[in-house]
Design a binder for this molecule. Structure first.
Ligand code: NAD
Ligand code: ZN
Length: 342
């Protein structure tokens, strides 16, 4: 089968013929229909510091996908060929304290699809059945293809109650865009997206942000004044990984507010802990999705009118993977999809 492979240490990816994955007794074999390009894939393509320590080539990359089951292992009874599914990309150990307690998202032995094991940028991918999500009828394939990052957005956006609250989304990349839509859907009052990129500010408004701000031009204090806010943002969703942006957000939070931090910084970020103490703030790190409560909530919200499709701006065939990666890296894009069925 064809797959997009990091063949050896160094920049670049190759579309290659690779052996079909083995299907173990607890596994599900999936024919990939559509995939989404994540920032992680861009890091692996570019071969930065993180990638060179995390990836052991040769490795089939990619973890955002939707596809159709073609085969199941002998232990698998409730998934069948033809089912439309996506995969939870964090494969957990099943034996640690948290896994045993049903808190799989807290597993410290997580293996990443397309990072630590062969991934989904391929004609076929294999996953343990415990990582496979059966899509509900009525979920469109393009939204299904990005359930993984949509799950990051939902897990972050629902970390603190947002009904009637004023929300600041820091960074309107694909995940921030979807988080803004979720916050609005879940009943926030103001959903302010802070984003330096004008293309993405525009997308944020289309996704349901009530206001957008260019952090280089307008301070958050000014935004608060304009909106008639007096106490600061109740909920912050940090989705930029940017140190200055995180500190600015922290300085503009209401007493008792919560900050959910998804953005991955490149370095340590010093913060004003005094502010956290005296203003009684809660900072919460978010990694991945809750298995499978987040997936359930995603499905319910899509069925009750949430539309994440405006976040998808580009579609390519997998054969044009170079153009697809270029579009994803350009910043003049939301989510970029590759089709593997052509
Ligand atoms: P992205 O890089 O496309 O989005 C980040 C956005 O932040 C960009 O649009 C960028 O212009 C914006 N930004 C940069 N400086 C800013 C500033 N000063 N103020 C406001 N915005 C600023 O990434 P994404 O795919 O949307 O992911 C968002 C973040 O979440 C990234 O840091 C990514 O690495 C991280 N991530 C974390 C997890 C997790 O499980 N914790 C999973 C996936 C992605
Ligand atoms: Zn575990």
């Amino acid at each position: 089968m064809l797959a997009l492979v990091k063949v050896a240490p160094g920049p670049g990816l190759e579309l290659r013929d690779v052996p079909m994955p083995d299907v173990g007794i607890n596994d599900v074999l999936i024919r990939v229909h559509k995939t989404g390009i994540c920032g992680t894939d861009l890091h692996i393509d570019a071969w930065d510091n993180w990638a060179s320590t995390a990836i052991r080539p040769p490795m089939v990359i990619g973890h955002e996908f939707v596809g159709e089951i073609v085969d199941v292992g002998s232990n698998v009874s409730d998934f069948h060929p033809g089912d439309l599914v996506s995969g939870e990309g964090h494969v957990t150990c099943g034996r640690c304290r948290h896994c045993m307690a049903g808190q799989r998202h807290l597993c410290a032995n997580t293996v990443g699809l397309g990072v630590n094991r062969d991934g989904a940028f391929a004609e076929q991918v294999v996953l343990p059945v415990t990582n496979v999500w059966h899509h509900w009828p009525g979920i469109d394939e393009e939204s299904a293809a990005i359930f993984d990052p949509f799950g990051n957005a939902v897990h972050t956006a629902l970390s603190f109650p947002v009904l009637g609250e004023d929300v600041l989304v820091v960074g309107a990349g694909p995940i921030g865009l979807m988080a803004a839509a979720v916050a609005r859907h879940a009943g926030a009052r103001f959903v302010v997206a802070s984003e330096p990129n004008p293309f993405r500010r525009d997308l944020a408004l289309r996704m349901g942000a009530t206001h957008v701000v260019d952090p280089a031009a307008t301070s958050l204090a000014e935004v608060q004044r304009k909106l008639g806010m007096v106490e600061g943002f109740d909920v912050v969703m940090e989705m930029s990984g940017n140190a200055t942006a995180l500190r600015d957000a922290l300085a503009n939070m209401a007493h008792g507010g919560g900050m959910a931090i998804l953005g991955i910084p490149t370095d340590e970020i010093p913060i004003d802990v005094g502010k956290v103490v005296f203003n009684q703030l809660t900072l919460r790190g978010i990694y991945g999705r809750e298995m499978f409560e987040t997936w359930y909530k995603m499905s319910v919200m899509l069925r009750s009118g949430l539309d994440i499709r405006p976040a998808i701006t580009h579609r390519f065939s997998y054969r044009d993977h170079e153009a697809a990666f270029e579009a994803a890296a350009s910043g003049e894009s939301g989510k970029v999809l590759m089709d593997w069925t052509e």
